[in-house]
Design a protein around this ligand. Structure first.
Ligand SMILES: [Zn+2]
Length: 399
C-alpha cells in the first residue's frame, strides 16, 4: 500500500472562470520500499518532461504553465528521497517544478494516469536511490510534450523587453526585481515571498521615477517569472541604461538583524556577511534548475579590468549617495554600503548596485516592507538619490 502524505481530499474543483489553462490541484509525496513517489494532479491531462541534474542533485519537471492550486512554497515538506521542491513560471508557457533530492536518486518510472474515482488526471514520478557513480538520466517526456514544445516555440510567446520610446532623451534606469517564478527568494515565517515584495517595490519606484518626467524605466521582469542572472544585466545593455538597480529583501538566522543595505561588485568581499549574501543570491539560476555546466566558472570568477574601474567607481558613488539620502527614509543596516561578488552586478559598462530593502526575517522590517506608506517613503528617497547621482555625474561630464 502506497502511503500518501500531504494529500488533500479532492473536492471536484470549480475552476476559476478567468483562467483557461490547466489547473494543478495537488502535489503529494509517498514512500514505498525505498522508493519515493511524487504525484501531480490536474483538472485535465497535461504533457510533461522530466530530467535530473547533479551538483546539487535535483529532479526537474517541466509542465505547460499551470494555475498552481497545490501546496504553497511555505507548506512543502520533504519526505523520502525528496528534500523539498519549488515551482513557478520558468519562462512563458512553462511551469517548472524543481525537486531537491536528499540523496542521489534516479527516475525509476514516470507515467500519466487518467482521471479515476475521485482523482483527476495525474503525472507520477517514482524515484529510487542510485549510487554516485551512475550516470545521470537523460530527459524523459510524455507523448504530447514534443508537440507542445514545438507549438510553444512556433507561437513564440517570449516578450521583448520594452525599451525607452524611440527618440526619447531621458535618463534610462533599469530596475531588477530579484528572483521570480521557480526561485522565490527569501520567505518570511508568515509566508511573505521576497520575489513578490521586490516586484511591488520595483513597480512603485518605476512609477515615482517616471512621474518626474526625467526617466525612462525598464523592469527586467514585470510579473512572477524566472529570469537568469545573466539576462538581467543584459537588459541594461540592450536599453543602454545609465544605472542598473537590483532589488532584494534578505533573510537572516538572526531575527533581530534589520535595515536597508546596498552592495556593489568586488572580487573581494567587504565582510563575511556580504560574501555569504552574494553566494546566496548567486544561487538563483541553480535553484531554478538551470544546467550550469560550463557556466558557473564564468559567473563566479570576477575579473575587473581597467575599463571596468570607472564603472566600479560610479557604482560605489551611487551607493554612497543612496546611503546618505536613505537615512531619512529608512532604517539602515550597520555599515550599509558593502561589496561582494554578485553575479547580477557583473555588467562591464553600466553602473550597478544591489539593494537589500530590509530583512524578511525581522518582524518590524517585514511589517514595513508590506506597508504602502513605507514603500512610498522608500521610493521618494530612491528618486532623490537617483536624481542627485545623475545631476552630479552630468555636471562632471560637462565641466
Ligand atoms: Zn534576494
Amino acid at each position: 500500500m502506497l502511503l500518501l502524505v500531504g494529500s488533500i481530499l479532492l473536492v471536484p474543483q470549480i475552476s476559476s472562470a478567468q483562467s483557461s489553462g490547466p489547473v494543478l490541484s495537488d502535489a503529494r509525496i509517498g514512500e514505498r520500499e525505498g522508493e519515493t513517489r511524487f504525484v501531480l494532479e490536474f483538472d485535465r491531462a497535461v504533457p510533461y518532461k522530466v530530467f535530473t541534474l547533479a551538483g546539487p542533485d535535483r529532479v526537474v519537471i517541466d509542465l505547460p504553465s499551470v494555475d498552481w492550486k497545490g501546496p504553497g512554497l511555505d507548506e512543502v515538506r520533504g519526505r523520502g528521497l525528496i528534500g523539498g521542491y519549488r515551482h513557478g513560471l520558468f519562462k512563458p508557457g512553462i511551469t517548472r517544478v524543481v525537486i531537491d533530492l536528499s540523496a542521489p536518486a534516479t527516475v525509476m518510472r514516470h507515467f500519466a494516469l487518467d482521471a479515476a474515482n475521485n482523482s483527476g488526471p495525474r503525472v507520477v514520478i517514482d524515484l529510487g536511490p542510485v549510487s554516485k557513480t551512475t550516470p545521470s538520466t537523460v530527459a524523459m517526456e510524455s507523448a504530447g510534450w514534443g508537440a507542445y514544445a514545438q507549438e510553444l516555440a512556433r507561437s513564440s510567446p517570449a516578450i521583448a523587453t520594452p525599451g525607452p520610446p524611440p527618440g526619447s532623451n531621458k535618463r534610462v534606469v533599469v530596475l531588477d526585481p530579484g528572483h521570480g517564478g521557480v526561485d522565490p527568494g527569501a520567505i518570511s515565517t508568515s509566508g511573505v515571498y521576497e520575489k513578490k515584495v521586490v516586484l511591488s517595490y520595483a513597480k512603485a519606484l518605476k512609477k515615482a521615477l517616471e512621474a518626474t518626467g526625467r526617466y525612462d524605466v525598464v523592469l527586467t521582469r514585470d510579473r512572477d517569472i524566472f529570469i537568469p542572472l545573466r539576462d538581467r544585466y543584459q537588459v541594461a545593455h540592450e536599453v543602454n541604461a545609465g544605472l542598473f538597480i537590483s532589488l532584494h529583501a534578505d533573510s537572516h538566522n538572526s531575527s533581530s538583524l534589520r535595515g536597508l543595505s546596498v552592495y556593489t561588485l568586488s572580487d573581494k568581499a567587504s565582510d563575511k556577511e556580504a560574501e555569504a549574501l552574494a553566494t546566496k543570491e548567486n544561487r538563483s539560476d541553480l535553484l531554478a534548475g538551470t544546467d550550469l555546466t560550463g557556466y558557473e566558472a564564468d559567473v563566479t570568477s570576477i575579473l575587473i579590468s581597467l575599463a571596468q574601474q570607472s564603472v566600479k567607481q560610479s557604482s560605489a558613488y551611487f551607493a554612497e549617495i543612496l546611503v546618505d539620502e536613505m537615512q531619512t527614509s529608512a532604517r539602515l543596516l550597520r555599515n550599509p554600503h558593502r561589496f561582494a561578488g554578485f553575479a547580477v552586478l557583473k555588467s562591464p559598462n553600466i553602473p550597478s548596485v544591489l539593494i537589500e530593502l530590509g530583512y524578511l526575517s525581522n518582524k518590524s522590517d517585514e511589517a514595513s516592507l508590506m506597508s504602502a506608506s513605507h514603500q512610498a517613503k522608500m521610493a521618494d528617497g530612491m528618486v532623490r538619490s537617483i536624481d542627485l547621482y545623475f545631476d552630479r555625474k552630468e555636471k562632471l561630464e560637462r565641466s
